[in-house]
Design a binder for this molecule. Structure first.
Ligand code: PHB
Length: 397
């Protein structure tokens, strides 16, 4: 009897050892791969794949990473919530990541809290998102990080008097409207109009025509990056708004690096944007990133800010995996993410703020210019280590 007990115990040990050594960390990746904004998911997934390939060797011995991909299908909170639920209960993912659009991230936040699954926001940019769950950390940006300093710059440095905003009518658009307005008017500018446009409008001409007639000195626009940005640029150019003396400015979403080759013949120097990343950035870490991107996806392909949000999101996840030697505890993970720094992101130094779990990063003022005959967001000024200004104006209750 005794020897049978020992034999069973020994057998259990034999089975248990290899199982304990080989462990898989599962990441549920929710991105948009279909509909009018399908190119965005493709860009971010490519970045995740490149990161995984380059950093496989950094994982603790016996640890594997499995990416389980699902299609948000656009700004579609119901679908994203259902998919996240399935990733949590059926796939038992250790992380939820991705989130192209704000409404999708908002819909999933309560699930992250309930199931205690760390949720890494790699794109969505509305300030309020990180407050929706203690299990959220963000590696993308906030709209206020670019909109507020852009408003200040326009009024203070450019001496521009009359401003107008045109934004996609949902939360990140409202954040740009409010942040630009606040920065611009605090620095002495005057708002003469604002318009909200459908989120995925096929054509912006009617909106731009109205704005042209109102004759502002500057127009600050937000549309979600991708094909929307190209459609916006087409309306601005076709209506001759630059010639009419209306400067176009906005967050980098209106000139995403990967869309620039599709934007046609935009003259140098007429469009200025504020953002945290440009593929044309001179940092060695960025050059290495862009070179490896081109080697993997072709010389004409370019990463943009969404690719970098995904890249740094993976870096944050890998940090948590390495520190825990592959055994993921959600609360320990959040502790590890709070205050995490990467001095060498392609975008420059970044930190996940320990209190807000939101990203702190440089903002670059960029002029859309031609470099080697191709359009590029050329960085001309740097504002170092910007915290989300929204938090200052909306302290936690
Ligand atoms: C968002 O929904 O938060 C969002 C989407 C696309 C962008 C920026 C923000 O370019």
């Amino acid at each position: 009897m005794k020897s049978l007990k020992y034999a069973l115990a020994a057998a259990a040990l034999l089975i248990a050892v290899p199982a304990a050594q080989a462990q898989t960390v599962k990441i549920g990746l929710l991105l948009t791969f279909s509909g009018p904004a399908a190119s965005l998911g493709d860009l971010m997934k490519k970045s995740v794949d490149l990161y995984v390939k380059q950093h496989e060797k950094d994982l603790p011995p016996g640890t594997k990473v499995e990416i389980v991909v699902r299609d948000e299908t656009g700004p579609n909170p119901e679908t994203t919530k259902r998919l996240a639920q399935e990733l949590i209960t059926r796939e038992r993912v250790n992380f939820l990541a991705g989130f192209t659009y704000t409404p999708n991230a908002m819909a999933v936040a309560p699930l992250a809290t309930e199931a205690k699954v760390p949720m890494i926001v790699m794109n969505a940019g509305t300030s309020a998102i990180v407050r929706q769950s203690p299990y959220i950390a963000r590696t993308s940006f906030t709209m206020w990080q670019s909109g507020y300093p852009l408003g200040q710059w326009a009024a203070k440095q450019q001496g521009i008097k009359k401003g107008y905003t045109a934004v996609a009518d949902y939360a990140p658009g409202h954040d740009i409207e409010n942040s630009f307005k606040r920065g611009f008017t605090e620095a002495g500018g005057e708002m003469i109009g604002e318009v909200r446009m459908p989120v995925l409008a096929p054509d912006y001409t009617p909106f731009m025509q109205r704005i042209k007639d109102a004759k502002p000195d500057v127009l600050c626009v937000f549309v979600p990056a991708g094909k929307q940005a190209t459609a916006l640029m087409k309306a601005y150019m076709d209506l001759g708004m630059a010639q009419a003396g209306i400067k176009l400015i906005g967050p980098g979403d209106i000139t995403p690096d990967e869309e620039l080759p599709n934007m046609g013949d935009i003259p140098s120097g007429i469009i200025t944007t504020m953002h945290h990343y440009s593929a044309a950035g001179n940092r060695p870490a960025n050059k290495a990133f862009v070179d490896s991107w081109k080697a993997a996806y072709g010389a004409d392909s370019s990463p943009g800010f969404m690719a970098v949000g995904a890249w740094d999101g993976m870096a944050a996840i890998y940090h948590a995996i390495k520190e825990q030697k592959g055994k993921i505890d959600p609360d320990k993970t959040m502790e590890l993410l709070k205050g995490w720094k990467n001095p060498n992101s392609p975008r420059g130094p970044i930190t996940i703020d320990a209190d807000t779990r939101d990203i702190v990063q440089n903002e670059y003022l960029r002029r859309l210019d031609r470099v080697g005959g191709k359009l590029a967001n050329v960085e001309v000024e740097t504002i170092e280590q910007v915290r989300d200004p929204w938090v200052r104006f909306n302290p936690p209750k």
